[in-house]
Design a protein around this ligand. Structure first.
Ligand code: JFQ
Length: 292
């Protein structure tokens, strides 16, 4: 009680520590894949930590979950079949459910423990699993995609943790090739893409892989998430082929989707202006992320 959580030795952000005041430990456990910790913080509500890395907090999860879901889904006219890789907390499912055009939401999450603890401690996120369109598969995403039919999905959302644990293989070329194959022509990918302050080399690698695997457009977007390292997180938006998708202008604006901004709980962060703003990059990022 009154302690704090901080880690200096994560290779993803050497020399940095992120600490939140711990009011009460709510859950501590270990799955075959990672350590799971949930605690009540002093000012961010409940916090989910996997292998010492903050995954989400009650206060700011809206930014990440809403952006990662609506950036792709508001960029195509009428998404019907959506696949989520990761996302076991259910927050992305909650956001996808706002889109009435969607008929099927498949989710492939490797760690059942994450799903179970989020159902107990994060009802505002795990409510996403209650949508009747959701089909849950617990297992490895690479296997799942290998067996997926070609051209099945309108959108694939990769809500992954950092590539230093179970998500290691989710930043390698074979994975992106399988995603491209599973998308229908004109289909889109939105992939968690780390911080432009901390990870430009990793982002450059992902961008160059995606420019080979996706023949449409490949864009980098970002947003503010206070409890992620450097306070920002990025997203890679890719379209499979065909006429390049203009991700910067939502052709399927959420404000015009009946009931979308109030379905379940009111939308808190995403709107069409934040959509456009997400693709505006600071000069150093323009140079470092375009220069490939
Ligand atoms: N849906 C939970 C968010 C998972 N996303 C990651 C959490 C850890 C961060 N360093 C990167 C994003």
């Amino acid at each position: 009680k009154g302690g704090k959580v901080q880690y200096y030795n994560n290779p993803m952000w050497p020399g940095e520590a992120h600490s939140l005041k711990v009011e009460k430990i709510l859950y501590q456990g270990k799955s075959p894949y990672q350590e799971v910790l949930i605690f009540e913080s002093a000012t961010y509500g409940k916090v989910l930590v996997l292998d010492g890395i903050v995954q989400l907090t009650d206060k700011d999860e809206c930014a990440y979950q809403e952006m990662i879901a609506h950036l792709p889904l508001c960029s195509i006219p009428s998404p019907k079949t959506v696949l989520v890789i990761g996302g076991g907390d259910g927050g992305v499912l909650r956001e996808i459910s706002r889109h009435k055009s969607v008929e099927v939401i498949e989710i492939c999450e490797i760690d059942k423990l994450v799903i179970d603890v989020c159902k107990e401690f994060f009802p505002d996120l795990s409510i996403g699993f209650e949508d009747p369109r959701v089909r849950l598969h617990v297992g490895d995403a690479v296997e799942y995609l290998r067996n997926a039919p070609e051209g099945k999905y309108d959108a694939i959302i990769v809500d992954s943790s950092d590539p230093i644990g179970p998500a290691q293989e989710l930043v390698e070329k074979p994975f992106f090739d399988m995603i491209a194959r599973a998308l229908r022509p004109g289909g889109v990918l939105c992939n968690q893409a780390e911080s432009m302050w901390l990870h430009t080399h990793l982002i450059q690698d992902m961008l160059s892989i995606c420019r080979e695997s996706f023949k449409g457009s490949v864009r980098y977007a970002w947003t503010s998430v206070p409890t992620y390292p450097s306070g920002v997180i990025g997203f890679l938006l890719c379209s499979k082929d065909g006429p390049p998708v203009d991700f910067t202008n939502p052709i399927n604006p959420i404000e015009e989707l009946e009931g979308a901004t109030t379905a379940g709980r009111d939308i808190k962060f995403y709107n069409s202006e934040m959509h456009r703003a997400a693709f505006m990059l600071p000069s150093f990022a323009k140079r470092e992320l375009a220069a490939i």
